[in-house]
Ligand binder design. Structure first.
Ligand SMILES: Nc1ncnc2c1ncn2[C@@H]1O[C@H](COP(=O)(O)OP(=O)(O)O)[C@@H](O)[C@H]1O
Ligand SMILES: Cc1ncsc1CCOP(=O)(O)O
Length: 523
């Protein structure tokens, strides 16, 4: 069975005047790989008739048919199998009634139900509802994409899994990207009703969905990584340049690209962050009105948010999103909000100090006092960032005396920080600003060089470009410039340090990075 694009029928959702069988055939032409006949209100005779004709059409496309809930209907038309809900006939009974070869699927919406399905040995599970949907009356809350990851972790590896509920073209790549267990196990396919059934052109819709699903599924884990390192973009870039040389090069390239960096940040950090962006050769825009987020996301190169709620626009527009979970450990309200936000959109980079990263990771090792972290930090910071990167499927940056960065595979330690930087307000925020700037720049560069259109979700990627490199560049830009500022004779303390830092960021050049960067690859 190929579960990649699993169509669940919903005749009541067809556009007015559209014939069910014609629409079905169009979706099969578009590449639907399995069809489940779902009839909740039809009489048995009509259900059998619909199932039989559906099966005839599907067999021409060599696509298997599964019947929702009704074992008798499945037997009557000799369907490949049945799909059961949690309140339908028990799996064991259905197994006894059906031929040995029958495929039996089960709906699950919690890790507990996934464990039970694993014990029963069902053939596949439908995990959901992932997003809000009106195609079914929902009895439970939506589980969100992170709910999918938790369920996949509890599911036996032999059992196939499709995600269902509110999946659309505009959230598909986000759904696939987010619905991955820490082990790297992802979904085997996506099940949809309305996106195909209600489409005026089911063939094209199915084609687009399938293209994205296949390009995502075929990518090895961690799927959010961009292939090894970027292409040689500029003359200073040679294909086998080391990390520091690539950082130097990106700093240079960014000045000619002037990425537009949208930042939603605290009042205390706003001016500073805008000035840092300008000094790095980029343009800041600090807009906060929700009504303009969709338009802005099309024009901007990257988005930095602390507790904004507008990340899905950036995801939809294929722009990198840097999340700064300011003081997330300080209140339970912030913790809850952060988890909700991470379920709504996908971060490209999460940047925080030890207290913030600890709170997101659920670790008690480091505590916070207001926005700051206290204590000596993590005993193994590299493993902390790596584990969180895998869980959140993004780059994680942990700031502090040393800055630690991981993509879930590599761990990189940067050691150019200094105490004057730590002593000014919003130093962490400007590290986020610099990271967002370089994420934006590398996204532009990568798209230009690999000729990817502005928004193309057909290739299985949310964003394009080596975001690990962009994150290391952001950290080094701020910390190397801070080091240079701190050495200046006109700097006497934090008051004179801040303008000197902006000056040094403005003149930061590749040779400064090459001469000063202290970067270690831990793994
Ligand atoms: N104890 C320290 N010694 C040297 N540099 C530091 C120290 N603490 C923080 N920094 C530098 O300051 C930058 C901001 O980090 P941090 O102070 O952790 O952020 P936040 O303002 O969010 O708490 C880091 O990138 C780091 O390089
Ligand atoms: C049958 C089902 N089970 C969980 S959500 C759902 C409905 C999915 O429909 P849509 O793809 O239109 O949201």
């Amino acid at each position: 069975m190929d579960y990649s694009l699993y169509l669940v029928t919903g005749r009541h959702l067809l556009p007015p005047g559209v014939d069910y069988y014609e629409s079905l055939e169009e979706s099969l032409k578009g590449g639907v790989t399995v069809v489940q006949v779902r009839e909740k209100t039809e009489d048995t005779r009509a259900f059998v008739e619909i199932a039989k004709r559906t099966q005839e059409i599907c067999s021409r496309y060599k696509v298997p048919v599964i019947i929702n809930d009704r074992i008798d209907v499945a037997l009557a038309i000799n369907a490949v199998g049945v799909h059961l809900g949690q309140t339908d006939m028990p799996y064991e009974t259905a197994r006894q009634l059906l031929p040995e070869s029958a495929v039996i699927g089960l709906s699950v919406s919690s890790p507990e139900e996934a464990r039970t399905a694993s014990k029963l040995g069902v053939d596949y599970v439908g995990i959901g509802p992932i997003w809000w949907t009106t195609s079914k009356t929902l009895q439970k809350d939506v589980i969100g994409v992170r709910g999918v990851g938790a369920i996949l972790s509890a599911l036996s590896p032999q059992i196939k899994a499709v995600g269902i509920g509110g999946v659309k073209q505009n959230n598909l790549i986000r759904t696939l990207h987010g619905g991955v267990a820490v082990s790297g196990r992802g979904l085997d396919g996506i099940a949809v009703i309305s996106e195909i059934v209600s489409s005026p052109d089911p063939c094209t819709t199915a084609q687009r969905l399938l293209r994205t699903i296949l390009s995502f599924i075929e990518r090895p884990f961690p799927h959010f990584l961009f292939p090894p390192w970027p292409l040689p973009f500029s003359p200073t870039h040679t294909p086998n340049a080391n990390l520091t040389q690539r950082v130097a090069s990106l700093i240079d390239d960014t000045r000619s690209l002037t990425p537009l960096v949208h930042q939603i940040t605290n009042a205390v950090a706003m001016t500073q962050s805008a000035n840092v962006t300008l000094a790095l050769g980029a343009s800041p825009i600090m807009a906060t009105a929700p009504a303009e987020m969709e338009d802005l996301s099309k024009a901007t190169s990257a988005l930095l948010v602390n507790f904004g709620t507008i990340g899905h626009s950036a995801n939809r527009s294929g722009k990198p999103l840097v999340f700064d979970p300011v003081a997330v450990g300080a209140t339970t309200h912030r913790q809850k909000t952060a988890h909700e936000l991470l379920n709504t959109w996908q971060a490209t980079v999460i940047k925080g100090n030890a207290a913030e990263i600890g709170a997101l990771s659920g670790l008690k090792e480091v505590t916070s006092r207001g926005v700051d972290s206290v204590g000596p930090g993590f005993s193994d910071p590299g493993e902390v960032v790596k584990a969180l990167a895998l869980r959140e499927r993004c780059i994680v940056v942990l700031t502090g005396a040393d800055d630690w960065i991981s993509d879930g595979q590599s761990i990189i330690k940067c050691s150019n920080g200094n105490l004057l930087l730590a002593g000014i307000t919003a130093s962490g925020c400007i590290v986020g600003t610099a990271i967002a700037t370089y994420c934006g720049a590398i996204n532009i560069l990568t798209r230009k060089h690999s000729k990817v259109p502005a928004v193309d979700h057909g290739n299985g990627r949310l964003v394009h470009g080596d975001m690990l490199l962009a994150s290391v560049t952001g950290v080094l830009a701020i910390t190397v410039a801070a080091e240079m500022a701190a050495e200046r004779p006109d700097v006497h303390g934090t008051g004179t340090f801040l303008p000197a830092l902006i000056d040094e960021l403005g003149r930061l050049a590749p040779n400064h990075i090459l001469a000063r960067a202290k970067v270690a690859h831990i793994t």
